[in-house]
Structure formats: C-alpha cells, structure tokens
Design a protein around this ligand. Structure first.
Ligand SMILES: Nc1ncnc2c1ncn2[C@@H]1O[C@H](COP(=O)(O)OP(=O)(O)OP(=O)(O)O)[C@@H](O)[C@H]1O
Ligand SMILES: [Mg+2]
Length: 378
C-alpha cells in the first residue's frame, strides 16, 4: 500500500487541498494577462499552486499554454536564454523540427543550434553563439509574444526561483532587458515566483529596480488548520487506518500548519500506525523524525553566533518584543541595533520568517528539535 501523504514533490490531485481563493485569483490574473509575482517561504506550496492553476486553465481553454522554467540551477545569462528558448519551443510545438521550421520567422538575427537528446521528440537543447546572443538577446526575450501571435495561443511563462537572477554577473542589466521587452507584451503573461523574500522584495519592491511594479504581488499563506484535520482523517480512512479528530488536529498543530511538514509528519505517523493511531504513535514518530534530522540541525546550529542562539532561545519561548530592555538583558542580546542585525542574518539564513505579524521559526521541526535537544527543555 502506498503512503497517502506527499512531501517534497509538487502535489497531485488527491493530495492537493484547499487554496481555492488562491487558485481563483491567480487564474483570473493570468487569464487577464496580468503578470503576477508569487512569494512565500520555502515549501509552502508555490509550485503546487502554479501547477494546479496551469492544469485547470489548460483544460478549460485550449488556447492557453503554460511554459515552466526553473531558475534553480541557472547561474548565468547565457544559460538562461538557452533554457528560455528551449522551454518555449517544447511548450508550444510537438516536434522540434516543426519549430525549427517556424523558428525561421521568429528569430531573424539569431541562429539556433539544436542538440538532440535520446528522445528526439522531446529531448533537445538549443544553444546560440554567445557573442550574437548578447547582442540580440531581446529577440529571445520577445519569443513568448511572437509565438503567441504566430500560433494564436496565450502563452504563460512561469519562472520559478526567480531571485536567482541576482547571481548573474550583471543582474541589473539583465533585469532591465527583460523588463523593457516583457512590458510591451500584450498577450504573453509572466508568473514569477520564488521563496527568498529578501531577495525578491529587492527585485520587485525597490522603486529603483527595473521590475518595480511589474505585476500584481501575491503572498501565499499557509493552509488553514481545519483543512489539514479533514485531510489527515480522510487519508487514514482511505487506507483502512483510523485517527481521531483530536489527534489529527494535534499533527497539524505540532507542525504549525506548515504544508510540507504537516505532510512529512503525517506520512511518518501513518507508517508507524498499525490499525489505529494513538498519541504514543505520534510521539514515536516525532522522536524518529528528530533523530533523522539531528545531524543536519546540529550542523546548522554550529554556524550560529552566540547572540543568534540567544535570540532563537528567546523566540522559542515565544518572546516577540525584542526591543524591550528586559528581553535584551535576560537573553544577553546586546543593543537594539544588534537585535536588528541578528534578525536580518537569521532571515537571510532562512531560519526565521519575519513576514507576518509574528516572528516565527521557518522550520517547525527545527524549532521542536532546538527546544528539546539544544535547550534541553530549559
Ligand atoms: N495545496 C496543497 N495541499 C497539500 N499539500 C501541499 C499543498 N501545497 C503544498 N503542499 C505540501 O508542501 C510541499 C511543498 O510544496 P511545493 O513544492 O509546491 O512548495 P514550494 O513553495 O514550491 O517549495 P520550494 O520553496 O521548495 O520551491 C508539498 O510537497 C506538499 O507536501
Ligand atoms: Mg517550488
């Protein structure tokens, strides 16, 4: 029997829950040709949401075509253009030969080189002469609109981990080029998303940056508690196992309704459950997860300064007022300016999340481990 929970992958239909409002508003934006920036901390469900929206929209309207580009491993401008062109072709034609034909009308100045892979229908890569590419990069950036017109489709370009553009050699120049071409596009629409909030806000919210006001910004939230409870009970039942509402609620609460961690925790508990899940089953599963991650967490904590550790200890005890004299003294945090620096550093390291009204640990499992092992229940 398969584990009825999914973590670490884009979630498919049976395991995708809620997000109704987000699905509607993202679909409406994209359908209306409004560029959208989707931001949330890591593993809250951006990729799953966009995949769901793409699936629904493409089924509903045959003219809509999504193209996915993941910038996770793209490190320079040249590679970006090559992947960009390759993915657009893959998304909009059945065979590369077909596109190579059409391509002559679309690319006037650049000559694409096709490298064919094992499966010649799907597996190919395009490359260009770098000197020429640098000179005529706008031709590549213009492809989505040109292809949309040529094929009478509405192309929606989704770029994941967009903040990686900051690692390019000349990030500002590339952004300027992109913006100047893409803002003229009437049909092609862009959905840009990623998880590094501080990097993304620098790109999109800074008035002096090229992508300022490029589109509508959506901040994805966690999934609400009640949805998790229903989902956990349902998935246990589907696989002939039992769990009470109280215990299902306990699972979601322990992982603070964090999409990835609720799924991971539920999967572990499910594995430990014979017929019926008990409180003990949950305790054992938590114990096992912490053990599994302890080496990683230990390494992570080794990299923190003493003041950063003090800050996390205070946070683990639910302290929120870090500027009060009492907190500064009790936790030996130094000055208020120091606290500000600690916050920025921990946010950059993706340990804490400063988005909402409350400061939170990014990773609920790390928080539990930190309290149990590092603070020894202090
Ligand atoms: N709508 C959902 N219903 C159920 N589980 C979800 C949902 N969205 C996300 N999850 C859970 O969270 C995990 C992470 O989702 P996803 O990969 O979509 O997030 P992400 O924000 O794109 O992550 P990353 O920042 O790593 O790219 C999924 O594998 C799944 O366990
Ligand atoms: Mg993702």
């Amino acid at each position: 029997m398969q584990i009825p929970f999914n973590f670490g992958k884009v979630v498919g239909t049976t395991q995708f829950i809620n997000r109704e409002i987000e699905i509607d508003s993202l679909s409406l934006n994209l359908e209306s040709h409004i560029n959208t920036l989707l931001i949330s901390p890591r593993r809250w469900g951006k990729s799953s949401l966009v995949a769901k929206v793409a699936d629904r929209m493409q089924k509903k309207d045959k003219k809509i075509r999504f193209c996915f580009i993941d910038m996770f491993s793209i490190r320079d401008e040249e590679e970006f253009y090559e992947v960009f062109a390759t993915e657009i072709i893959k998304a909009t034609s059945n065979k590369w030969q077909e596109w190579a034909e059409n391509g002559k009308n679309l690319l006037l100045k650049l000559i694409p080189r096709f490298q064919i892979g094992i499966d010649p229908t799907n597996d190919f890569k395009i490359s260009f002469d770098w000197k020429e590419l640098k000179q005529h990069s706008s031709e590549i950036l213009d492809l989505p609109e040109k292809v949309s017109i040529e094929k009478n489709i509405h192309l929606i370009i989704c770029i994941d981990e967009f903040q990686n553009i900051s690692h390019f050699e000349e990030p500002l120049i590339v952004q300027k080029k992109m913006r100047s071409v893409w803002q003229k596009h009437q049909i092609a629409t862009y959905c840009l998303y990623g998880s590094k909030r501080h990097m993304l806000s620098e790109i999109f919210e800074n008035t002096s940056m090229p992508f300022y006001k490029f589109g509508d910004t959506m901040f994805l939230k966690k999934i609400e508690h009640t949805h998790w409870v229903k989902y956990i009970i349902r998935q246990f039942k589907r696989t002939d196992k039992k769990i009470s509402k109280a215990l299902a609620s306990n699972i979601a609460e322990t992982m603070e309704n964090h999409p990835y961690f609720v799924q991971l925790f539920a999967a572990t508990i499910w594995k430990f459950t014979g017929k019926t899940c008990e409180q003990q089953t949950i305790d054992r599963a938590l114990e096992s997860l912490m053990e599994q991650y302890s080496l990683v967490f230990q390494r992570e904590t080794d990299n923190f300064t003493n003041k950063q550790l003090n800050f996390l200890k205070a946070l683990a005890k639910d302290v929120q007022q870090f500027s009060s004299r009492e907190t500064l003294t009790n936790y030996n945090l130094g000055s208020q300016g120091n606290v500000k620096r600690i916050k920025t550093a921990l946010e950059k390291k993706e340990v804490i999340d400063l988005w909402g009204a409350k400061i939170e640990f990014m990773d609920p499992l790390f928080r539990l481990w930190f309290v149990k092992v590092f603070m020894k229940g202090e």
